[in-house]
Design a binder for this molecule. Structure first.
Ligand code: B4P
Length: 186
């Protein structure tokens, strides 16, 4: 977890590689559908471009199908999901059904202005439609309203691991591995 631009996607790859599990990014799956022009992509694009969340029903169905894939049978890392209380409930149901359990909920803590800077920089290299300053501010508001309450939910369950997301990418990765008590392979 973490606000837009916290580095979820960036760090997810390292963690997933370490554990040999897939990193399942709802944002990446939506973007792949947008670029392929699928019906899901067309629907998701309307929300993403405005900085809004894609409706729970669509997102939940997509995650349910993805974690049913064989490569997720022995575990997976979810990047950017759940983002709403309704998604938390849905995920509980999904993993109950598959016999998985959540080991940890990692939250990257970052400064609001720093992430705006990062995303504006990304806009220049990747040209994502949702990386304009207005949309970034809207995404921050949506995060605050709909996702930040989830931090308390997972804290109460004893699963929350908060890590400082500021600094070099390598430094943040090291902090995450330390917090998860993981010894990276050299
Ligand atoms: P995401 O793809 O999850 O987008 P994000 O929050 O902007 O990305 P992230 O935090 O992963 O940032 P990144 O590592 O890329 O979601 C996009 C949209 O999809 C949402 O707004 C929503 O519409 C929709 N969506 C996704 N999931 C949903 C859900 N569950 N429910 C409903 N809707 C959903 O890093 C950002 C930039 O910073 C990169 O350029 C990176 O290189 C840089 N960076 C990373 N770490 C850095 C560091 N330590 N120092 C400097 N730069 C760094």
């Amino acid at each position: 977890m973490g606000p837009p631009g916290a580095g979820k996607g960036t760090q997810a790859r390292f963690i997933a590689d370490h554990f040999g599990i897939p990193a399942i990014s709802t944002g990446d799956i939506f973007r792949a559908n947008v670029s392929e022009g699928t019906p899901l992509g067309v629907e998701a694009k309307r929300y993403m471009d405005a900085g809004e969340y894609v409706p729970d029903e669509i997102t939940n169905r997509m995650v349910r199908n993805r974690i049913d894939e064989p490569d997720a049978a022995h575990g997976f890392l979810l990047d950017g999901y759940p983002r709403t209380v309704a998604q938390v409930e849905e995920l509980d149901g999904m993993i109950n059904f598959t016999g998985h359990q959540l080991d940890a909920v990692l939250c990257l803590v970052v400064d609001k202005d720093e992430v705006v800077k990062r995303l504006l920089q990304r806009a220049q290299t990747e040209g994502r439609a949702d990386d304009t300053e207005d949309v970034i501010r809207r995404r921050q508001e949506v995060y605050l309203e709909q996702t930040s309450p989830l931090i308390e939910v997972y804290k109460e369950r004893g699963l929350l691991v908060e890590v400082d997301g500021l600094g070099d990418v390598d430094e943040v990765t090291k902090r995450i591995f330390d917090a998860l008590d993981v010894v990276p392979e050299s």
